[in-house]
Write a protein that binds this ligand. Structure first.
Ligand SMILES: Nc1ncnc2c1ncn2[C@@H]1O[C@@H]2COP(=O)(O)O[C@H]2[C@H]1O
Ligand SMILES: Nc1ncnc2c1ncn2[C@@H]1O[C@@H]2COP(=O)(O)O[C@H]2[C@H]1O
Length: 451
């Protein structure tokens, strides 16, 4: 059965709800709960389809009207007409939900106790924690693009990629947040993406070599991986060709098989990257204008993934951490100076740890390995001989003093209630915080002692 998360995640969510609600009539509760989930999912798909149709795009070209009411879970829809309220009434109405004493409204994008986008939380791998008491919830990932080497002459103007008319901007409304729209089905059993073409053996071999081990793919299950691979379109770009123009609307996401590309923001070169790297995700994630111009600095072979497949498959998989941390990082005053791109790279590098009341997160005198943001909970800072010197809460950060000044930990930080922190390793701290480091230095609580 298709679902927004996959059966295991749906079951996890469901059992959490059961624990929370302790329903007296379990079967009734279960029936209502899953009816509502199904209803939400169908409504979402209907809306997407209607939106797409309003922009002249057919999302489900192979489906007929009759297909739309096949067995529960078959997510085909009518390609020829927008949905109506009547459709939804007939197709989505749960016989029970209106009168259910147990029903709680599940809103897409609803925050759970577990974090900014709780609906994803049960997807995480439980791994080893930096502190033996902590539970690490997310894996590290995402290779970084190298920083720019030598300066370059003026930008070429000619565009050689994307000769076809522009793409599926079916969701052309500008948005600044990914969260609402991304808590949605990412995997449709019966959905055939528009650009799907089985790859030849030769292409598959090349793809496997170039990108098979890329973080984009090792996060995906085999079906999703196959879907993505067969949706990729091969594009050759000559040296100097403009692949993306800053300010344009997003159409494709790109993976580099061969060659090197340069990134320019407001005509200044900011980055360069080579084989195995990828770019062009920001505009597709945030429905924002392209944040940089991308030029082939050598002849390149690229693989392009259309916007819809990117959003359906990669957003909730490979780019999950960005979605998870998007709102949280945006809300942190200390990170205000970071660009969308900086925030995205930062999110890629974060891990999550949970501490129980009384657990030590940082011990005075230890060497410093991580920087911390508090996602929820409270902690107190103590120093030998001085007792409690500060209290920390949601949105605060700590652990910067040792990293900024190359010193041992200057205080002990202990959770006073269940506390969830996002952690950033030392190298990420130095590489990814950019201008925020200056703010951290200015706010250094030991500034007068060390300087
Ligand atoms: N410093 C940077 N700022 C913005 N985008 C960058 C930067 N470096 C690389 N890029 C990539 O350039 C791409 C341009 O298109 P997007 O905005 O869709 O996504 C962008 C990123 O993938
Ligand atoms: N007055 C303070 N002195 C030292 N550390 C403090 C103080 N207030 C808060 N802290 C935090 O406690 C952390 C302990 O580890 P660090 O020394 O790496 O970074 C420290 C700061 O983030």
């Amino acid at each position: 059965m298709p679902s927004s998360q996959g059966p295991a995640d749906e079951l996890n969510l469901f059992s959490k709800k059961v624990q929370e609600e302790q329903p007296e009539d379990f079967l009734q509760f279960a029936s209502n709960y899953f009816n509502r989930r199904l209803e939400q999912q169908r409504v979402f798909i209907r809306n997407q389809e209607a939106l797409a149709l309003s922009k002249g795009i057919v999302l489900f070209p192979h489906a007929s009207k009759h297909d739309s009411v096949t067995a529960a879970g078959s997510l085909q829809g009518s390609a020829t007409r927008p949905s109506t309220a009547d459709d939804q009434d007939v197709l989505f109405k749960s016989p029970f939900v209106d009168h259910d004493p147990h029903t709680t409204h599940l809103v897409e994008g609803e925050e759970s106790e577990e974090g900014p986008s709780g609906i994803f939380k049960n997807n995480f791998n439980v791994g080893q924690a930096a502190d033996k008491n902590a539970t690490k919830v997310v894996d590290p990932m995402a290779p970084d693009q190298a920083l720019s080497p030598p300066p370059q002459s003026a930008l070429p103007r000619r565009s050689v990629v994307n000769p076809q008319p522009l793409p599926m901007n079916f969701n052309a409304e500008r948005r600044t947040s990914v969260s609402g729209e991304t808590l949605k089905p990412s995997n449709f059993d019966d959905w055939t993406p528009t650009n799907y073409t089985e790859k030849t053996k030769e292409q598959l071999n090349r793809l496997e070599k170039a990108i098979g081990k890329n973080f984009l793919f090792n996060k995906l299950d085999s079906d999703s991986k196959k879907l993505v691979i067969n949706s990729l379109e091969e594009k050759s770009v000559k040296q100097g060709g403009e692949i993306i123009k800053q300010g344009d609307e997003g159409d494709y996401f790109y993976i580099v098989e061969n060659g090197t590309v340069d990134f320019y923001v407001n005509h200044h070169k900011v980055n360069t990257s080579g084989p195995g790297s990828s770019f062009g995700e920001l505009a597709l994630m945030y429905n924002s204008p392209r944040a940089a111009t991308v030029i082939a600095s050598t002849d390149c072979i690229l693989w392009a993934l259309d916007r819809l497949t990117f959003r359906r498959i990669l957003l909730g998989g490979s780019f999950k951490k960005r979605i998870l941390y998007d709102d949280f990082l945006k809300s942190m005053p200390v990170l205000k100076s970071l660009s969308t791109y900086d925030r995205a790279k930062l999110a890629d590098a974060l891990d999550t740890e949970i501490y129980q009341p009384g657990e030590t997160i940082i011990r005075e005198g230890d060497s410093g390995e991580n920087f911390y943001f508090i996602e929820y909970g409270q902690a107190e800072v103590t120093k030998k001989g001085q007792g409690v010197i500060a209290r920390l809460k949601k949105g605060d950060y700590f652990g910067e003093v040792a990293l900024l000044n190359d010193l041992p930990r200057q205080a002990t930080v202990t959770a006073t209630e269940k506390t969830k922190v996002a952690t950033l390793g030392k190298s990420g701290f130095q590489r990814l915080l950019g201008p925020a480091v200056e703010v951290l230095k200015l706010n250094d609580p030991t500034r007068n002692v060390h300087h």
